[in-house]
Design a protein around this ligand. Structure first.
Ligand SMILES: [Zn+2]
Length: 403
């Protein structure tokens, strides 16, 4: 085992190599050593040491000189986007998606695979493993290091205090253990609504720090990005709008044991049942989405009502949380302009027309992009970079091998 080099893990150091990399990453056009000193408020010698470490381990490159303005030209330091690859994946109810991105978050390869609702988790994981490997090959990783894998998994989040980590439902735990046994890279598992919310907050057309996200499908999942980070809350449960009670004409029992939760009144599972009772040919949320897209008036009427009911809950959430944007994802919302319009109308009527309410800009790929971006952020966090350097890993393009 390589002995950790204390130079990289000095806790008292305010400007470690990892922090230096974080400053360089933020400068999209690159940064000179002098600018780096100014941005970080440190001395030239501190910068020189850290830059040398980062260049040596492939995290940054020293690139073309800027045009001289009369003085001495200076080297420009940039993130080495080719150093590694990060994989993101979603275990959706009817599809598996995988994306490979470079260190700058640029997509290198992307794949998806349809599965049935009844496909067991073991078969899904096996199919996902195959998809991850083929995507990695297509990304042409070469000597790039596999830095991390982010998995977005579905399901209601339940607390797991004993684990002392983020709360994993069983599917999350299984996913983590399955891939951790097969890949020589850190595995992060995230709730799919949180992953999608994170991606949407970073979308080039949006770029907001505070965003409320709802995934409207068979159920309603929700997530909040606050100050650019996923809001976890005291027990790491995040936010859960699914079980907010709403007024309804009839009592609808919810799986949580209460009556009248918005998830029971206005989500896809209930809407499928109602459409079916109204003699519409639907058995699944996908059937409902197909009829909505084809302009079925009865189905669109149901979705408009559902949008207004969900809109009432969202309006209250907006009053409490004051997000810059409300984004709706999930198969049902994305296939139904009526549902999104219903939510938007209520929010604008009840709260403010200034609040942006829109469908997910990444569409059904929000979750997979979010999973990859979260894994990227985690692997390039200052502490992670410092630990990797201290362990002597990642030197001179040491490629991690997927087994
Ligand atoms: Zn409930």
């Amino acid at each position: 085992m390589t002995r950790p080099n204390p130079r990289f893990i000095d806790a008292s150091s305010q400007f470690s190599a990892g922090h230096c990399l974080a400053v360089i990453r933020r400068q999209k056009d690159g940064v000179t050593r002098s600018e780096l000193c100014e941005l970080a408020g440190v001395s030239r010698s501190d910068v020189s040491d850290r830059v040398r470490d980062l260049v040596e381990h492939g995290y940054i490159t020293v690139q073309a000189r800027r045009p001289s303005t009369g003085g001495r030209p200076a080297d420009v330091l940039r993130l080495n986007s080719d150093r590694g690859v990060v994989l993101g994946a979603t275990l959706g109810s009817t599809s598996l998606r995988v994306v490979a991105i470079d260190m700058a978050g640029v997509v290198l390869a992307e794949n998806s695979h349809e599965v049935k609702l009844t496909t067991p988790i073991a078969s899904r994981l096996k199919a996902m493993h195959s998809l991850l490997r083929s995507t990695l090959e297509q990304a042409g990783t070469g000597t790039r290091e596999l830095m991390a894998i982010g998995i977005a998994a579905p399901g209601s989040v339940v607390p797991d205090i004993s684990a002392g980590r983020w709360p994993l439902v069983e599917v999350c735990r299984q996913s983590h253990d399955y891939f951790a046994a097969r890949y020589d890279a850190p595995i992060m598992v995230e709730h799919d609504a949180c992953a999608a919310a994170f991606a949407e907050s970073r979308h080039p057309r949006r770029k907001v720090a505070d965003l409320l996200f709802l995934d409207v499908d068979a159920s309603i999942q929700s997530a909040l990005v606050r100050g650019g980070r996923i809001h976890r809350g005291t027990h790491r449960l995040g936010i859960n709008l699914e079980h907010v009670m709403v007024a309804a004409d009839v009592d609808v029992a919810c799986a949580c044991g209460n009556v009248g939760c918005v998830g029971a009144v206005a989500a896809g599972a209930t809407l499928v049942e109602r459409a079916s009772r109204a003699d519409r040919p639907v058995k699944t949320v996908r059937d409902l989405a197909r009829l909505a897209a084809a302009g079925d008036r009865a189905v669109n009427g149901l979705l408009d009502d559902a949008g207004r009911t969900i809109g009432g809950v969202v309006a209250n959430a907006v009053r409490l949380l004051s997000p810059q944007a409300v984004v709706l994802g999930g198969e049902l919302a994305l296939s139904s302009p009526a549902l999104i319009a219903g939510v938007r109308d209520v929010v604008h009527d009840q709260v403010s027309a200034q609040v942006r309410v829109a469908g997910a800009a990444f569409g059904p790929r929000a979750g997979v992009f979010g999973a990859s971006l979260l894994a990227l952020e985690s692997s390039l966090a200052p502490a992670a970079v410092n630990l990797r350097l201290a362990a002597g890993e990642g030197g001179a393009r040491a490629a991690r091998r997927a087994v």
